[in-house]
Design a protein. Structure first.
Ligand code: ADP
Ligand code: MG
Length: 595
């Protein structure tokens, strides 16, 4: 093919590809425009995950009649005129590319009226071509409707993800902006149903509750940098989770620079660094971190989607973020008893979280032949854990399966977490939680495979209300969850009625049980070898297994060991961690200098 200059149309489509990757990118750009226009209410309506229709309405300043067409031209913006302006840009947009890009790959309808004008304008554009323009009566503000997205870029259309994924992405984008603009009222409607709403109260906490759920919010600690000293003129504030709440991926570390949501690996690292020794490796906090600094100290013109930034003094920003979070965590860990501000949250720590916390401590102590040092804080769990004793059927041996461990005799318990046992080959120290997880896991797997799983109806049918993104996830997996004993029914917007949970979770809080499952579903985006079904089963077993910190009777311990002896892989828990340490008679003799 000879070299030729591309037509404007093709150039526009290529450029659009950089900015508009998926329906959520359209929503992002339109919301940014509404925010830049000073809107106090932004109403988003989406049909079919954005493929069928997306509409963003605002009550911002509107576009003057004579500028309506130029707004859709490439590189047309009202937000800067000279390259110098870039250095202190205060608006979210400045590239003048979004409307042109969206218009080139969809059908757009826009109705707008500037605040100081009497009549509004309506414009229709398709594939970048102006189809119609008329004067029209309209409320002040702007409404943009986008249909047929990617109709002329089949490659993009083909790569669109499932409708539910797109819905989730859109909800995510809205919640990100809602967090950054708590004084703006956001409403999201998906397929005619309200999925998300903030009240515009100006309180970050209000938005956090809507976006993350009250349960998570209760576990959050407020962060605030020291009074900004005159030199740095920087401020870091927001919320971060207490170590009890943590996740397997970084997706809930949300960073904002001057009100702009950004992706920045090194800032994310600053956050996780602050949790050093508070969280075990591979676990990440939930954080909403706002960084405000003079606009000239940050370059936002790094990437077409404007989600990356470059700091003039990255180390200074990094250090302040890390220090601010670290201090909040240390303050929290030094809270003497569980009185005061966090008393509520401490008591409400879910079983799952307690687990993670325990596991964390297990990881941090060096695994040696020493009594396990308890974490001093979770003493509050003890009364609750009495119930868990029933989780181990005393003396039950189940159907005769081949023995995979030598016959062990229980000697006692260390630190209410480890069982000491002896066998012909020496001494065994068994992690009671990991061992029980293994037992339940094999049991559950075989019942699942044989479709023999029993479910336990919940008393009175509890409901669980979820953030929109999570509600979509549950919705998409209702059927699969049901095969595992989780019977959920839709019960109003983002609310589900919990009809039953797997029988092995019978004595657990159904809401906590479902929350745990959600976490697995959310992490399922990273493809791995373990199927989602299996991950959920692992999670259920983790929740049902007897916890570290539970005092067991001799019979209970013996019962547990009997069952472990007949599992297929007694040496590891379902996640691959060891269930036991073994010290041979030879080793013992050597250690005591007898050999
Ligand atoms: P940018 O936001 O980078 O300036 P856009 O293509 O997103 O570029 O928008 C072009 C221009 O159209 C903006 O600079 C603004 O003047 C105008 N505009 C777009 N959306 C709105 C809106 N919702 N309210 C008022 N003006 C808008
Ligand atoms: Mg814009």
């Amino acid at each position: 093919m000879p070299i030729q200059v591309l037509t404007d149309k093709v150039i526009a489509q290529i450029a659009a590809g950089e900015v508009i990757e998926r329906p959520a990118s359209v929503i992002k750009e339109l919301i940014e425009n509404s925010l830049d226009a000073g809107a106090s209410t932004i109403h988003v309506s989406v049909v079919g995950g954005g493929r069928r229709m997306m509409r963003v309405s605002d009550n911002g300043q509107g576009i003057p009649a004579e500028e309506v067409e130029i707004a859709f031209a490439r590189h047309a913006t009202s937000k800067l005129t000279t390259a110098d302006d870039l250095a202190h840009i205060q608006t979210l947009g400045f590239r003048g590319e979004a409307l042109a890009s969206i218009a080139s790959i969809s059908r757009i309808n826009m109705t707008t009226r500037a605040h100081n004008e009497i009549t509004g304008t309506r414009l229709q554009i398709e594939g970048g071509r102006l189809i119609q323009r008329q004067s029209i009566g309209a409320p002040a503000g702007t409404t943009i409707t986008v249909e047929n997205l990617f109709f002329n870029t089949p490659a993009r259309l083909k790569f669109l993800k499932a409708e539910n994924t797109e819905k989730r992405q859109i909800a995510l984008v809205i919640s990100r902006y809602a967090l950054a603009y708590p004084h703006v009222r956001f409403v999201l409607e998906q397929d005619g149903r309200e999925a998300f709403r903030t009240n515009g109260s100006g309180q970050l906490a209000d938005v956090m509750i809507t976006a993350l759920g009250i349960e998570t919010f209760r576990e959050m600690v407020e962060i605030e940098s020291d009074l900004p000293d005159r030199r740095s003129r920087m401020r870091v504030y927001g919320y971060t989770s207490s170590p009890g709440i943590n996740r397997a991926d970084r997706s809930r570390i949300m960073l904002y620079v001057n009100g702009r949501w950004v992706q920045d690996a090194s800032l994310g690292y600053a956050v996780t660094q602050a949790y050093h020794t508070f969280l075990m490796k591979g676990r990440y906090p939930v954080s909403v971190v706002m960084i405000d600094l003079p606009p000239e100290e940050v370059d936002v013109n790094v990437h077409p989607t404007k989600a990356e930034v470059r700091f003039q003094n990255p180390n200074e920003v990094f250090a302040l973020v890390q220090r601010t979070i670290r201090r909040a965590l240390i303050d929290l860990s030094q809270t003497p008893t569980f009185g005061g501000k966090h008393s509520l949250s401490a008591i409400n720590l879910s079983n799952t979280n307690t687990h993670t916390q325990m596991d964390m401590n297990l990881e941090l102590e060096s695994p040696g032949w020493y009594p396990h040092q308890y974490p001093t804080t979770p003493s509050r769990d003890q009364p609750e854990e009495e119930d868990d004793l029933t989780a181990i059927p005393v003396g039950a041996e189940g159907p005769r399966k081949p023995r995979t461990l030598p016959l062990l005799r229980v000697v006692g318990q260390v630190g209410a977490s480890y069982i000491i046992a002896e066998g012909p080959a020496g001494l065994y120290l068994i992690d009671q939680h990991a061992a029980h997880e293994r037992i339940l896991y094999e049991q559950f797997m075989s019942e699942y495979a044989n479709q023999e799983l029993t479910a336990q109806s919940t008393l009175g049918g509890q409901t669980i209300e979820l953030p929109a993104t999570e509600a979509r996830l549950i919705e998409a997996n209702l059927k699969m969850l049901r095969t595992m004993g989780f019977h959920l029914e839709e019960f109003g917007p983002n609310t589900f009625l919990i009809r039953s949970i797997p029988a092995i979770l019978a004595d657990q809080d159904p809401v906590q049980a479902v929350s745990g499952i959600l976490e697995e579903l959310e992490q399922d985006r990273t493809p791995g070898q373990t199927s989602i079904e299996e991950k959920i089963i692992q999670r259920v077993c983790k929740q049902a297994a007897v916890k570290a910190g539970t005092i067991l009777s001799l019979e209970e311990m013996q019962g547990l060991i009997r069952q472990l002896e007949r599992t297929r892989s007694p040496l590891t828990c379902p996640h691959g961690r060891p269930t036991m340490l073994h010290m041979t008679s030879d080793q013992l003799a050597r250690e005591f200098g007898r050999k």
